[in-house]
Design a protein around this ligand. Sequence first.
Ligand SMILES: Cc1ncc(COP(=O)(O)O)c(C=O)c1O
Length: 360
Amino acid sequence: MTDLKAQYRSIKKDVNFAARQVLNGCAFVLGKQVAVFEEAVSRYQGVKYAVGVASGTDALALALCACGIKDGDEVITTPFTFIATAEAIFRAGAKPVFCDIKEDYNIDADKIESRITPKTKAILPVHLYGLPCDMDKIMALAAKYRLKVIEDCAQSFGSEYKSRKTGAIGSCGALSFFPSKNLGCYGDGGMVVTNNKDIREKLVMLRNHGSDSKYHYSMHGFNSRLDTLQAAILNVKIKHIDKWVYRRIVNAGLYNRLLGLSRNIVTPEIPKGVKHSFNYYTIRLKEGRAAVQERLKKRKIPWAVYYPLCLHLQPVYKKLNYKRGDFPVAEQMQEEVLSLPMYPELKAVQIKHIAKAVLN
Ligand SMILES: Cc1ncc(COP(=O)(O)O)c(C=O)c1O
């Protein structure tokens, strides 16, 4: 689905140099490269603060805790996402309350209000595949009911909503640097971005066992720091991010032109005022998905289904008492979506070959 080796080859010299500097310096935890990368991300995101953590999942969990989400609270989110979104809500002690999505795969902002109860404390929109959610509506609801908004930007590094980066709109944004993300490191990594000083200060303590000064703890925390080695690699990679996101957009445009000819295929639409960063290129097959999957497999073309079973139907969340039919749009999408290879180094000739295999 992605070609990490091709990307590494293109930046090998700089990455190796940066890694060697860390190895020689031996400041492996919270070394200076972490602060440099936090500064680079806050500038890129157009926010005041960025706090590096160990993964995107931790970024969500720590962001929720820093926003004051705790036992007994409810957080509204989408059932059509990676499990980490809901997992982080549980880790903060709260309960995920799912809300159906729209046919663009993101939470349906018009349905959120009906899911709000006196226990609701936050909304957690996920910018799925890289497409920003309807943030104006979400922020208006959050203001009306005094809710926090934690944006899950794991798949949307580089995406914009009305000229603002995703993650810079809500109370905080959670980023993932998992290798396959738009900005991926060579292991696990994550970050929380925010404009709120109080949230930033809590995050700095939370990632370091709740410590406010050496061996003095004022809250329950986590061991969740971004490795210096990963930060050093990311400092090299962030310099290329705009070019890489641009290549993803160009590649998606070519897929759209080739696949949009079929009446059976719904290609991703990009609403006005939005920049989609295409972490994944996902189409919808109204019928015959299994036959297309089989054809791709025979021609050794990878594909993936993000996600084949909505979270409200997962065995692990049985105790939440949802049932099939609760979120009909999400349940329909799980049967129809298909993601195709997508990465900056993907060539036009490869896209044409893949599109041909999808079509016949
Ligand atoms: C939507 C979403 N949220 C959260 C995460 C968690 O990120 P990480 O793998 O860095 O923990 C992912 C990662 O795949 C994701 O896709």
